[in-house]
Design a protein around this ligand. Structure first.
Ligand SMILES: Nc1nc2c(ncn2[C@@H]2O[C@H](COP(=O)(O)OP(=O)(O)O)[C@@H](O)[C@H]2O)c(=O)[nH]1
Ligand SMILES: [Mg+2]
Length: 357
């Protein structure tokens, strides 16, 4: 009996690995999700662990005198074959979609509209495809290529840098404070940097408790700043820090005065990175409005949150288009610090077209 352990991103990939290495006779003994040990496990998605076995005693089956356990093996084998077969068929089906089966222009237009992509970008995409609207249509593969081209033209991704000051700005409720806590955990726990937190509570909203709780858990200093002179003092106290992360709070998206007032703090901070935080659930019309309103603060990064709350991802492309700024991070859940993704690790076309299958 050969017993082997396999690790993969998902079950389909795992079963195919088992089938490839041990052959169709292999039996799956156990599948479970596992995380990497230690801190790494907090920041990487769980993998699927499959324990598979192959019965190497051919003779028992050959002489016809099967014991109860070999009959059991036979049964499991049949089940496994069925399972692998259906997985292979499913994979093949997705693959064949990608090669053949052209869909009409209208179909793709609706599909992209349902992804809430700004109409300007949809037009641009079809122009770049230079496809005849009355022609035979486009298959999945040509749409993947077109989307990839659109992404490479519109969306820049940049790696995280070791800049000292980072500020999160954006509408209320998009996840700034939660994201700041995720970043703080990443820099402090994974990179072992000395991190200091500042929250600008200029409007005295008292939205400090949430960040305070995270600061206490991760054991980081938190400075609550109400006036610009508070900020100067806070910066002095945090002078020893390698990295300073600044959260901002506001009353509502549409209040442009508060955006003006924040600019005096930003001037004092001189941050290297100002991330405009936008939720993936924001409609394209609102993205135009938000990106325009916050432009005064001269953001130089785009950060998209709540990828988990939607199946339409137009906000990423729309945000990139209207800000012309690169993405470093995305978030896909409430959990701190797990649900933080690096933009450079995303497969954009797959994300957009994945939900279609
Ligand atoms: N589903 C989901 N919820 C999130 C994400 N990021 C933040 N949230 C939630 O969104 C709500 C508002 O977050 P908060 O950080 O207070 O937003 P802020 O007003 O911009 O600071 C909270 O309930 C968070 O848990 C995310 O990536 N996905
Ligand atoms: Mg907040």
């Amino acid at each position: 009996m050969k017993v082997r352990k396999y690790y993969s991103k998902n079950q389909v990939e795992g079963f195919l690995k088992v089938k490839k290495e041990l052959g169709p006779e292999a039996i799956i003994l156990q599948t479970r999700k596992v995380r990497a040990r230690g801190l790494k496990g907090l920041f990487t998605p769980p993998r699927v662990e499959i324990i598979a076995a192959l019965d190497t005693r051919d003779s028992a089956r050959a002489n016809g005198s099967e014991s109860g356990s070999s009959r059991q093996l036979e049964k499991e084998l049949k089940e496994l074959k069925k399972m692998v077969q259906s997985l292979v068929e499913e994979t093949a089906k997705n693959g064949s979609n990608s090669q053949g089966e052209a869909k009409s222009h209208n179909y793709w237009h609706n599909f992209l509209q349902n992804q809430d992509i700004d109409p300007v970008l949809i037009e641009d995409l079809f122009t770049s495809l230079s496809a005849d609207p009355n022609g035979p249509g486009l298959n999945w593969a040509s749409m993947v290529l077109a989307l990839q081209e659109q992404f490479s033209k519109r969306l820049t991704v940049t790696p995280e840098k070791e800049y000292r000051n980072l500020v999160l700005i954006g509408p209320t409720g998009v996840g700034k404070t939660t994201t700041l806590a995720k970043l703080a955990a990443r820099y402090a726990l994974t990179f072992k940097e000395k991190v200091g937190l500042i929250t600008i509570d200029h409007f005295r909203i008292g939205a400090v408790e949430q960040l305070k709780a995270y600061a206490e858990i991760i054991d980081l200093p938190l400075e609550v700043v109400v006036t610009p002179s508070d900020l100067t003092e806070a910066l002095k106290r945090l002078e020893y820090c390698d990295r300073i992360l600044v959260d901002t709070a506001g009353r509502s998206t549409g209040n442009l005065n508060q955006i003006d007032e924040l600019s005096s703090y930003i001037e004092l901070l001189q941050p290297a990175e100002i991330h405009l935080v936008i939720s993936a659930t924001t409609r394209w019309q609102d993205i135009r409005y938000i990106t325009g309103s916050f432009m005064k603060l001269q953001y130089n990064r785009l950060l998209i949150t709540k990828l988990d709350e939607t199946v339409s991802y137009g906000a990423i492309l729309n945000g990139a288009y209207h800000t012309s700024q690169p993405l470093v991070y995305l978030t896909d859940g409430q959990s701190v610090p797990d649900c933080l993704k690096l933009a450079r690790e995303m497969d954009w076309a797959e994300l957009f077209l994945g939900g279609r299958r």
